[in-house]
Design a protein around this ligand. Structure first.
Ligand code: 13P
Length: 263
């Protein structure tokens, strides 16, 4: 049985003070929920991962000790282990700073920083070598969906970004389907559109790795997922949670989304 995951990508938002306030409010809500509930209720909450900007990672990590059930990850990492790459952050640095997860292949990095499939495969490989759970993002742009190329686009992204992994590595990977036309636009994929693509992705995983791996891998939805639509999206058989942008900056909304993924 796959455990759901709700991830909050803060992108390039929040001052340190705002980030601490947000984290504090989130802890309060989670603690309250645990205190309030029946014994064992906290086990039903999804895995929660926060993706703050690099510079806040250690501070936010300290805020969420292991018992709080919230992991912390980075929004990106460099593909090399170390070296003369001014301004970059490596996977070993992330691990040593307490990050356990990393986003690879976010559409904003593909579009704004020219990250291509080949580079993303190198980043994912580096992240996995350093013990980071890798959330690999895929998703089509609007013209690609309108011309019905969305399945081909996603398949190609996964072929080069994920399907080179050995099965053991895949067990440390999560796939995030994030249609670009739904990101930050308020235009969400319908639950049926999300389910259709998630099932397609799971079948691709099955073709490459077999039934067990396909049954185990988590596939998150991202793109204008909010407190109102999360429940319906997460109720789809192959939607294992969400990668949340804008709504993760509002503790009340983000907590509602976490609850929508609770079982
Ligand atoms: P929004 O939830 O703001 O659409 O962003 C999604 C996203 O890009 C998460 O990484």
């Amino acid at each position: 049985m796959r455990k759901k995951m709700v991830a909050g990508n803060w992108k390039m938002n929040l001052s340190l003070e705002e980030a601490m306030t947000l984290s504090g409010e989130l802890i309060e809500k989670l603690d309250h929920h645990r205190r309030d509930g029946s014994p064992g209720k906290e086990n039903k909450l999804p895995d929660v991962v926060l993706f703050p900007p690099f510079i806040y990672l250690t501070r936010i990590r300290e805020f969420f000790p292991d018992t709080k059930g919230v992991a912390v990850g980075a929004q990106n990492c460099h593909h090399e282990e170390s070296g003369a790459y001014t301004g970059e952050v490596s996977a070993p640095m992330l691990s040593s700073a307490g990050a356990t997860h990393v986003l690879i292949g976010h559409s904003e990095r593909r579009a704004q920083f020219g990250e291509d499939d080949q580079l993303l495969a190198r980043k994912a490989s580096r992240a996995l070598k350093n013990g980071l759970t890798t959330l690999f993002c895929c998703g089509e742009k609007l013209p690609e969906r309108e011309s019905e190329q969305h399945f081909d686009v996603v398949e190609k992204q996964l072929q080069s970004g994920v399907f080179w992994m050995k099965e053991e590595q895949l067990s440390h990977a999560v796939i995030a389907y994030k249609p670009v036309w739904a990101i930050g636009t308020g235009k969400t994929a319908s639950p049926a559109q999300a389910q259709e693509m998630h099932l397609f992705i799971r079948r691709l995983v099955e073709k490459t790795y077999g039934k067990a791996a396909a049954g185990n891998i988590r596939i998150l939805y991202g793109g204008s997922c909010n407190a109102n639509n999360a429940g319906e999206l997460f109720a789809q058989a192959d939607v294992d949670g969400g990668l949340i942008g804008g709504a993760s900056l509002k503790p009340r909304d983000f907590f509602q989304i976490i609850l929508a993924a609770a079982s």
